[in-house]
Ligand binder design. Structure first.
Ligand code: GDP
Ligand code: MG
Length: 597
């Protein structure tokens, strides 16, 4: 029998441009009706992913397409995560493909993620099938969107397929374009094995399941394999394909997309981007561009209830089994007790892990302010990296501080350019380029990564009335004039509140934290000083006034039910008081400051 012809591809788009809807429509047209339900269960495994409309982990889907002339094709549709935190994973998934469908919403046109994703595809030498989607919308301007693709990315406007994932218009043309434009995979099945890991997940029975693209050679059960970057060897238990879900097969040959189980217990040994080869018969070089998963944003996670420490550790260990990019180590804080310093790929990754801990493991957590990794050169020449303000050396021991930078791309209507540029200036950004695209503008800035951790995206959305979109990539380290600001209550340093901040912002940030802190600490029998300091020098101070009897009297004038509610709320926080000298600080005070509102 003839082996079917194969097409490996992915769909890339800006969020909400209709990727999932179009994928479902393609599934449906290829007779995979009813697969949607399975897909909901097997692919969008996390409730969170569905709620946020982003995919973090999902299995590829193997589909069969029969052309009018009777030719049979196998389509491997590989999904990609839809967020900048996971851009490396996206690039590896794309490396497993020969082509992509690049979707653009006909009513929105090219957005920031459209551009970044298109460049990831171009960097991987992929064939791009441009699709202008949602043409059924009354506000659709398909020609305009196609024109933007040409102007911004250089894809000829006449190549665009006009389609709607909602009505199904254009989907047959898309299927034909996949066959005609995207090349078949090449590779020699008799060559030494070379397979790229583009995703993985942990299975309690089989260990780590690797998703691989076989580039050269063949992979079968009982094969002895070497993971080239990890330097570890394993024996293959099972291989197979997706349909969706895992289907056991005999062998995976050059060109195939499939999965491998090899009794791998530690996900660190089988990272995305690593290359599989034969233990004896090796390929010459691993697939290029391997980057070990490396957390770039750090934050302390503490259980609200000290009793939950062990439960938290167990939950973190479970999450770690499935996530090579997440790290944690024990940390102790004067103010918050026993917890963990956790590392993430970005803020969204951090939020997802925190939400999962709260929902799936029923934990109540306090997170300290997120921090990036700083590189510090000491006066003795020693260089070290730290993400923990508590470990930051004093100024007199430092010769150089460097901080990570990103290249940030923002697409927005021209009306909002002024306020957005102002925001970027506040965040210490410097402009690289500004491109006009009709009535819209692409701004490219270099900005310290630490500056976008605090409510940047929200501010951007609110000042542009939701119209601006952004994406970014890491571009390395630059010198930064940074200081550590300490917060003191009753002359004692509160470790969990220390922050690292640019010299130009120390006073305003110190002021803000001190005021907020003074606001939430209950009055005592004596006045309590709250201070912000740099290297022992006070830069801001506030005082919690002494308790006076007539303060209570005021309560009776107000709205009693509101007061009651407030007291009820405070009770929980106050249940855990922290003693600072003679002052008791309710945990609620830390929460208020750390919530960054
Ligand atoms: P994704 O974030 O790219 O996966 O986008 P989704 O497929 O989740 O779609 C985002 C929103 O656009 C949803 O509300 C869809 O119902 C809607 N949508 C998707 N495709 C179309 C389309 O072709 N026409 C119209 N009118 N709406 C669409
Ligand atoms: Mg989606």
């Amino acid at each position: 029998s003839l082996s079917p012809l194969v097409r490996n591809f992915s769909i890339i788009a800006h969020v909400d441009h209709g990727k999932s809807t179009l994928a479902d429509r393609i599934l449906e047209q290829l007779g995979a009706m009813g697969e949607r339900d399975k897909r909901d269960q097997t692919l969008d495994t996390l409730e969170l992913e569905r709620e946020r409309g982003i995919t973090i982990k999902s299995t590829p889907i193997r589909l069969e397409y029969v052309r009018e002339n009777g030719e049979r094709y196998v389509f491997n549709l590989i999904d990609t995560p839809g967020h900048v935190d996971f851009n490396y994973e996206v690039s590896r998934s794309l490396a497993a493909c020969e082509g992509v469908l690049l979707l653009v919403d006909a009513s929105q046109g090219v957005e920031a993620q459209t551009i970044v994703n298109a460049y990831l595809a171009i960097d991987n030498n992929l064939e791009i099938v441009p699709v202008v989607n949602k043409i059924d919308l009354p506000a659709a301007d398909p020609e305009g969107a196609a024109q933007e693709l040409e102007e911004v990315i250089g894809i000829p406007a006449e190549d665009a397929v006009f389609a709607s994932g909602k009505t199904g218009v254009g989907v047959p043309e898309i299927l034909e374009a996949i066959v005609e434009k995207i090349p078949a995979p090449s590779g020699d099945p008799a060559a030494p094995l070379k397979a790229l890991i583009f995703d993985s997940f942990y299975d309690a029975y089989q260990g780590v399941i690797l998703f691989v693209r076989v580039l050269e050679g063949t992979l079968s059960p009982k094969d002895q394999i070497l993971l080239m970057n990890a330097g570890k060897t394993f024996e293959v238990d099972k291989v197979g394909t997706f349909s969706p879900g895992l289907v056991v097969g005999d062998t995976l040959a050059a060109g195939a997309v499939g999965w491998v189980a090899a009794g791998i217990k530690d996900i660190q040994d089988a990272q995305v981007g690593d290359t599989l080869t034969g233990k004896e018969r090796r390929t010459e070089e691993p697939f290029p561009g391997f980057k070990p998963a490396q957390p770039v944003v750090f934050s302390g996670l503490y259980p609200t209830d000290t009793e939950d420490y062990r439960k938290l550790r167990e939950a973190l260990e479970k999450l770690k089994l499935n996530d090579a990019a997440f790290s944690f180590e024990p940390e102790t804080s004067e103010a918050l007790g026993f917890g963990f310093r956790c590392g993430f790929l970005g803020l969204l990754h951090a939020e997802i892990i925190q939400e999962r801990l709260e929902r799936e493991y029923d934990l109540d957590l306090i997170a300290t302010a997120p921090a990036v990794v700083y590189r510090v050169t000491l006066t003795n020449g020693e260089v070290f990296e730290t993400q923990n303000p508590a470990e930051f050396p004093t100024r007199d021991r430092i010769t150089l501080i460097e901080e990570p930078y990103i290249k940030l791309s923002i697409m927005l209507p021209e009306d909002y350019v002024g306020p957005v540029m102002q925001l970027l200036q506040e965040r210490r950004g410097s402009m690289v380029t500004m491109n006009y695209l009709g009535k819209r503008v692409e701004l490219v800035y270099e900005v310290p990564f630490g500056e976008i951790l605090y409510d940047f995206h929200d501010r951007l959305k609110s000042i542009s009335r939701g119209y601006a979109s952004m994406d970014y990539e890491q571009i390395g380290y630059r010198e930064g004039d940074l200081r550590k600001v300490d917060i003191l209550v009753n002359n004692e340093v509160i470790d969990a509140l220390a922050v690292i901040v640019h010299d130009s912002k120390t006073y305003s940030l110190g002021r803000k934290i001190v005021d907020k802190m003074a606001d939430v600490i209950p009055r005592q029998m004596f006045p309590v000083p709250v201070q912000a300091t740099i290297g022992g020098k006070i830069i801001a101070r506030a005082t919690v006034k002494a308790y006076r009897k007539d303060v209570l009297a005021k309560c009776y004038g107000g709205d009693i039910s509101r007061k009651k509610k407030l007291l009820e709320k405070q009770k929980k926080g106050r249940a855990r008081m922290k003693q600072f000298g003679t002052v008791e600080v309710p945990q609620e005070a830390f929460l208020a400051v750390l919530s960054n509102e």
